[in-house]
Design a protein around this ligand. Structure first.
Ligand SMILES: Nc1ncnc2c1ncn2[C@@H]1O[C@H](COP(=O)(O)OP(=O)(O)O)[C@@H](O)[C@H]1O
Ligand SMILES: [Mg+2]
Length: 497
């Protein structure tokens, strides 16, 4: 980097939430014409630090300077006035309004939608966005909504942009598009900060990385001079093995057969359309698809979880091959379907809900002992097994959930978004657990949103698109681009919503 004045200088920033020190004397520079990746495990303080730039939190200690001048940022409006815009993980758009209406919402002065639309078109043209100013938000895909959020920030004149885990909700193609736009903005002299857990994205996009650990600034360096291994070690504080193993399945035998499965929701909308496949023992079958393509319905149908059971159409659409099959389901909603937040770890060990299960405790351990085993084996960070589950962090809750399902010695394990929002270290612990289940002969059905991980972990990948199977490909040698295309197109045709 050259010696130009940073767009943002954060000096000695400390932020506490009660006893938690979310940021501990952090120093950070952000430059124009640069994309900075802000890295750190879950809870390391990334969002908090950036929220002090966007005016959501105010530091307890330390100073912030913009272009070398010390500033006080008390509100999101102060941040906008300084040219700082943040795209949060959860969008804040009004569904019934159009893109243009959302973009100008809250701005002072007379509302001139025509002029606004012109300006929006100009911004889109300059950076390569595709937004129809007149389209209503409720008609938009997640990626289109995100684009509106970005245009909204640019419309207000932001030249310092912060994106908090923007790719968590995007397909690979959408991510590529976003990155192209971010590069255009960088080349146009804007300062960009991106928070992401995905190392290949950091490597593909950023010019520099900065690492936080337990609220402290650990270091920064040009992306070219580092690699995924070094960055991960810095985030975690000790060496971490970054390979996902994929042993050849041993003696795979059909265990779950799905034939012509069709599911409609309560309103009668088709969610799964004639889905057929086989899941084998000792194998990981990955399910890929964009959000809303039917993965959730598929898992719920197999687990027999809810009212959809009555709506299954077709003769015997599900058959489970062996007697005494025990099905485990690690749902996407950790503190809803999976675990009860107010109950402690031990009590949660007794709760399981699925269709065909043997008795829960095949190893006849008491729930208390089982909870202690899970905590020890999976390195769950908790004061004890009597702690209410809601007090644990997301990664630890997920470990408890997976640990509990595995403890029941299932022969089929279903997992939905097992690592959603988890940092790299917790994610690898979960991959390892899943691989150990495969090695033990379990038929694993893994629904995941990180295509890179699916390509490394799964023996076969079933791709869903609009409720239909657009293909089943071997995991070894599968091409990301091709699978990505199958996620959005059926046999070359545009899929229906
Ligand atoms: N509003 C809040 N109230 C209390 N604690 C918070 C709040 N926001 C964040 N924290 C805590 O601060 C720490 C850092 O959180 P966060 O900045 O969200 O981390 P990251 O974005 O890196 O995952 C965590 O321990 C988190 O629980
Ligand atoms: Mg965060």
């Amino acid at each position: 980097m050259d010696n130009k004045t940073p767009a943002v200088t954060m000096r000695n920033i400390t932020k506490r939430f009660g006893p938690v020190v979310a940021n501990d004397k952090v120093w950070l520079n952000i430059y124009r014409g640069e994309i900075l990746a802000l890295l750190g495990e879950n809870g390391s303080g990334k969002t908090t630090l950036m929220n002090m730039l966007s005016g959501i939190y105010f530091p307890d200690e330390g100073e912030i300077a913009i272009d070398g001048k010390e500033v006080v940022i008390r509100s999101p409006k102060d941040a906008f006035d300084l040219g700082i815009g943040m795209i949060h993980q959860h969008f804040k758009l009004v569904d019934v309004l159009s893109a243009a209406e959302n973009i100008v919402l809250g701005l002072p002065g007379k509302l001139d939608l025509k002029a606004a639309s012109e300006k929006i078109r100009a911004i889109c043209e300059a950076y390569g966005f595709e937004v129809d100013p007149n389209q209503k938000i409720y008609n938009m895909s997640v990626s289109q909504k995100q684009t509106v959020e970005i245009v909204k920030v640019l419309y207000r004149g932001a030249d310092i942009l912060i994106l908090d885990e923007p790719t968590a909700v995007l397909t690979p193609q959408e991510t590529d598009k976003l990155f192209a736009v971010l590069r255009n903005m960088r080349n146009d002299g804007k300062a960009i900060v991106i928070i992401t857990h995905k190392m290949h994205e950091v490597e593909a996009l950023s010019d520099r990385v900065a690492v936080l650990r337990h609220g402290q600034f650990i270091g920064d360096m040009p992306t070219k001079t580092t690699n995924a291994q070094e960055m991960t070690n810095m985030m975690v504080g000790h060496p971490v093995v970054l390979n996902i193993a994929r042993p050849e399945p041993k003696d795979p035998k059909p265990r779950v057969e799905v034939k012509g499965l069709t599911v409609r929701d309560i309103e009668g909308t088709l969610k799964l359309d004639d889905v057929s496949f086989t899941a084998n023992s000792g194998e990981i079958l990955g399910i890929a698809g964009i959000s809303g393509c039917g993965q959730k319905e598929l898992l719920e149908a197999i687990a027999g979880l809810d009212g959809t059971r009555e709506e299954l159409i077709g003769k015997d659409p599900l058959s489970i091959q062996e007697m005494g099959v025990s099905l485990s389901f690690v749902p996407e909603d950790r503190l809803g379907m999976g675990l009860v937040g107010n109950m402690d770890l031990s009590d949660n060990m007794m709760l399981r809900s699925f269709r065909r299960g043997r008795s829960v405790f095949t190893d006849r351990k008491t729930p208390h002992q089982l909870a202690e085993t899970v905590v020890r084996d999976l390195e769950v960070s908790t004061p004890g097994v009597s702690t209410p589950v809601r007090r644990l962090s997301g990664g630890n809750v997920q470990k408890v959930l997976v640990g509990r399902e595995i403890a029941s010695a299932p022969t089929v394990l279903l997992t939905a978004y097992a690592v959603r929002g988890l940092d790299i270290n917790s994610s690898y612990t979960i991959y390892d657990l899943i691989n150990r289940q495969k090695a033990a002969g379990v038929a694993v059905i893994y629904v995941g949103e990180d295509l890179d991980v699916l390509l490394e972990l799964a023996d076969r990948i079933l791709v869903l698109c609009g409720g239909k199977v657009s293909g089943i490909v071997p995991g070894r040698g599968a091409k990301k681009r091709e699978v990505g295309l199958m996620m959005t197109k059926l046999g070359g045709e545009q899929a229906h919503e």
